[in-house]
Design a protein around this ligand. Structure first.
Ligand code: GDP
Length: 446
């Protein structure tokens, strides 16, 4: 995802600024200009970027910052808050309740991923015990009903549509009525798209909306549309009361900044993102963890979710304790490698943490990453308890490195590479020292 590059650039800009001996207006401006360039490159709308810069400058008044203040932290916090504000319209979207019927209407241009997203949304809720149903009110695109039918059948979700009826309003109303009678609690209406915004599309959307009275209208947007995002989102919002946004194809080469623009244009939150073509490549979107991850600050809630999911229960308290102590030993690395290998698709837990995902386990190279981890573990098998339990990398002197290489049948170079990896991860973990690690109950879980 190119947004990761955006995060990297922003983090580097902050880093560079903090390397400066004195942080004055000029240094701050350079840092903000760098961030602006990164945001514009990621297709965030110009005006939004401009506003963000002005807000930060207003908040971080360099002259007012007394000596001794941690300027880097204050600026980083201001950037974090501004990015969160950009992505947070300030009011949550309508949240359907399990067991109580809600009608959710999906709108968006053709090809945005609307039909796929309808099924993903239904499937996501079905797995959580809901009773979803899908209505295909897209009579414009030939094959739309077949596509929905195929997806729905695969996910065992009831569906409604017609090959002969050409009036989308009629189909939508009949579908919604049918599923209301069947006590479905989430009735999802997929509407037509067009290749571009045009009056006929908006008129049709308005009619379907008026006839079905949806509790929520979700605007589906392809993340690769770039700078056009703002206008497109605004055009939809002006036609129907869009209440939430789902951004698709965040897995691709899209720059993703359009998501920020769409929020600004619709004043509605992004509730999910699509991260692939498969049914379960769909993630709940939470602003703060997302921005944290973007700024390389780690995604606590995603990370904690994964820890609860994959780290054996009896190991969780100890791991969390070690995390908060910031003491990352080779033994911890070994144990986490064991967990990662056990859980199959590699890297899910630590992909939530900066460092683990992109460098140790690049996407698409799972096999190589797995082999690398196994190699590292073989080398660690030749280490003494003292070496494994020390959090001081300095104890790994030449003679120890040579002994480990001999004992594991690997090259000295490889042992050094493994130790470099360890140091890199230890550095990341050390940042967590003293942090209050949220427990499950602390977090806003959906
Ligand atoms: P619609 O015309 O808006 O209903 O779009 P579709 O649901 O037919 O999707 C268009 C294409 O985008 C299809 O090939 C989907 O498989 C693909 N697609 C949808 N969502 C995603 C996503 O999150 N990631 C990727 N890579 N492809 C997606």
């Amino acid at each position: 995802m190119v947004l990761a590059q955006l995060g990297g650039t922003i983090t580097r800009a902050i880093q560079q600024m903090s390397n400066a001996t004195i942080i004055d207006e000029k240094v701050l401006n350079e840092c903000l200009n760098e961030i602006n360039r990164a945001l514009l490159n990621a297709d965030v709308q110009f005006q939004l970027v401009r506003n963000m810069q002005n807000n930060i400058k207003r908040i971080v008044n360099i002259d007012d910052l007394a000596a001794g203040h941690n300027k880097r932290r204050i600026i980083q916090q201001a950037i974090f808050n501004e990015l969160c504000n950009m992505l947070d319209p300030g009011k949550p979207s309508f949240t359907p309740k399990k067991g109580k019927t809600s009608v959710i209407m999906f709108v968006g241009l053709q090809g945005s991923g609307k039909t796929t997203t309808c099924t993903k949304y239904a499937y996501y809720h079905q797995k959580k015990g809901w009773k979803p149903a899908l209505v295909c009110a897209d009579t414009f695109r030939a094959g739309a009903f077949d596509q929905l039918k195929q997806n729905a059948t695969k996910a065992k979700i009831p569906f409604y549509g017609s090959y002969t009826e050409s009036d989308p309003v009629k189909i939508a109303v009949e579908g919604v009525d049918t599923f209301k009678k069947e006590n479905c609690d989430l009735i999802i209406v997929d509407t037509s798209g067009r290749h571009k915004q045009e009056a006929a599309l908006f008129e049709e959307m308005r009619q379907v909306s008026e006839a079905t009275k949806p509790d929520l209208i979700v605007f589906v947007m392809d993340s690769s549309i770039g700078q056009a995002a703002f206008d497109q989102a605004q055009a939809f919002k002006q036609s129907v009361p869009v209440g939430a946004v789902i951004v698709t194809k965040m897995d691709g080469h899209a720059k993703g900044g359009g998501a920020l623009s769409a929020v600004a244009a619709t004043k509605s939150p992004v509730i999910f993102i699509g991260t692939g073509e498969h049914m379960d490549e769909f993630e709940v979107f939470d602003v703060k963890p997302f921005v944290s991850r973007l700024l390389g600050m780690g995604d606590w809630s995603g990370f904690m979710d994964k820890i609860h999911e994959v780290v054996p229960k009896d190991q969780q308290p100890e791991l969390l304790q070690k995390l908060s102590e910031g003491n990352f030993t080779l033994r911890i690395m070994y144990e986490q490698f064991q967990n990662i290998l056990k859980m199959g698709p590699i890297g899910q837990v630590f992909s939530m943490l900066p460092g683990f995902s992109s460098e140790l386990m690049p996407k698409g190279q799972e096999k190589e990453s797995q082999a690398k981890i196994k190699r590292y573990m073989t080398m660690m098998d030749s280490m003494t308890n003292e070496e494994l339990d020390s959090s001081n990398p300095k104890i790994m002197n030449d003679s120890r490195i040579m002994r480990i290489a001999r004992g594991s049948g690997r090259q000295v170079r490889e042992v050094m590479e493994m130790l470099e990896e360890y140091k890199r991860l230890a550095k990341i973990w050390s940042k967590m020292k003293g942090l209050k690690i949220p427990t499950r109950g602390d977090m806003n879980m959906r």
